[in-house]
Design a protein around this ligand. Structure first.
Ligand code: UD1
Length: 419
């Protein structure tokens, strides 16, 4: 997926079946290393970050089989302690989960570099601080980081400086095989953290307090293989709902957990968008123009940072949006690079500190470059809602998180081609 061409300005309506969550899949796939056995994953999204993760696991010795019917069987029994090549780990942030899972299973983990979208500095000091609290020795230099606990990990109380999703997940994996009890204070409560806890519990761990800011883990000498159904991708679902709002709708997303989407749905309601929810679906309709509002990102259940760029795109659409909108980004300091591209379409966006103020303008089609996964999704939304032919290059960044993007948008009536 290199380039997306969109002939925009068409009303989008219909249904989209949402796939498994990328952000849940990565910690589970890496966390499976700690089991040392066979795990079978259903609803695993075939997005490039997941395929890359499977390559990393294969390099480390895992045997992977795509089963008829779509499940993926990962046999972790032959995984060896070692360093995955930087060429594989550098492009996905999820490779940091190698630290917690390798440490749990082998008492030693190393990582050359972990990547992901470029939002400025993406430190892992809280992960490393937690490993040290569990009794590991951490050494890092320009070549990467090594974490060692030859005599095993010891349960303790770890207080995170902020509710980091990555640190909570990594420490939960490591603590699942530590001696005794670990408490993570100021823990993240995202649905993908809860999904990892459920996976680890099915594998034999004892974890309580998930969804609160205090997670308690009683370590086990061994974990065992298990089956898991990956939870629905709330960010994919949110993006298609935003497409429905941008392009009129009604758009229904199916196979979702509406409770995970509450922050977005509350924002839509405040904007005057019609929202209808069922047990596993959500429908939005925005036949009339909607009112711009103010959103502030933060740890769950606050507004998700991964839906912030899509909201900016909605707020920018003259003729659809009314009034000034504001998006304040409190999770990542440098997540506004995509706004420069929106401005190439004629958007008016003023950024001061961590807040973007958006005044709707009539946008025009343009040639755009996707800077990162969700920033690229925002450009796509703007292109879909704007008359004329827009092109988005560097579209592989978008392919990292959206499975069957072209087919799903075409089913809603979009004129789109992906090459
Ligand atoms: C974050 C999001 C997650 C999203 C992902 C990809 C939050 C809380 N987390 O997860 O929902 O799917 O980005 O966009 O919204 N931090 C440190 N030191 C650390 C770890 C984190 O300072 O060791 C800081 C980060 O710089 C950032 C904040 O904590 O400002 C949240 O980071 P974290 O939740 O760990 O990021 P991800 O796990 O990538």
């Amino acid at each position: 997926m290199n380039k997306i061409v969109v002939n925009g300005g068409r009303r989008l309506s219909g249904e989209v079946v949402i796939g498994g969550s990328k952000n849940a899949a990565l910690p589970l796939l890496f966390g499976g290393i700690a089991t040392g056995e066979v795990c079978i994953f259903s609803n695993l999204p075939r997005v490039s970050d997941v395929l890359q993760t499977l390559e990393i696991l294969k390099f480390l010795g895992a045997r992977i089989r795509f089963l008829p019917g779509g499940d993926v069987r990962v046999d972790y029994s032959a995984v060896q302690s070692g360093r995955a090549p930087v060429a594989l780990t550098a492009s996905i942030r999820g490779s940091t989960y190698l630290l917690g899972s390798m440490l749990a299973r082998f008492g030693r983990a190393e990582l050359a570099a972990a990547g992901g979208c470029d939002f400025g500095s993406r430190p892992i000091d809280q992960h490393l601080m937690g490993f040290e609290c569990l009794g590991a020795k951490v050494s890092s230099n320009a070549d990467g980081v090594v974490v060692e606990a030859p005599n095993g990990l010891c349960g303790t109380v770890i207080r995170l400086a902020m509710p980091s999703v990555g640190a909570t997940a990594n420490l939960m994996i490591a603590a699942s095989m530590a001696r005794g009890e670990t408490v993570i204070e100021n823990a993240a409560a995202e649905p993908h953290v809860a999904a990892l806890a459920a996976f680890l519990c099915d594998a034999g761990a004892e974890i309580t307090g998930v969804g609160s800011d205090r997670i308690r883990i009683v370590g086990q000498p061994e974990l065992h293989g298990t089956r898991n159904v990956i939870i629905p991708d709330m960010i994919e679902a949110g993006t298609y709902l935003c497409a429905g709002v941008a392009c009129g709708g009604p758009v229904r997303v199916r196979a979702v957990c509406p409770s995970h989407l509450h922050p977005l749905l509350n924002a839509f309601r405040e904007m005057g968008v019609k929202v209808e929810t069922g047990e596993h679906h959500v429908t939005v309709t925005a036949a009339e123009p909607y009112q711009n509002i103010s959103v502030v990102t933060g740890p769950f259940p606050a507004f998700p940072t991964d839906l912030h760029p899509q909201m900016t795109a909605l707020f920018a659409l003259g003729g659809r949006a009314e009034g000034e909108g504001a998006v304040t980004e409190l999770v990542w300091e440098s997540r506004f690079r995509y706004t420069q591209e929106l401005c190439r379409m004629g958007a008016r966006i003023d950024i001061a500190d961590r807040c973007a103020r958006i005044t709707p303008q009539a946008l025009h089609a343009a040639k755009l470059r996707s800077p990162d996964l969700r920033g690229g999704a925002a450009l796509l939304l703007a292109a879909l809602a704007t008359k004329g032919k827009s092109e988005i290059t560097n579209a592989a960044t978008i392919g990292r998180g959206y499975e069957h993007l072209e087919q799903k948008l075409r089913a809603l009536g979009a004129h789109i081609s992906v090459s």
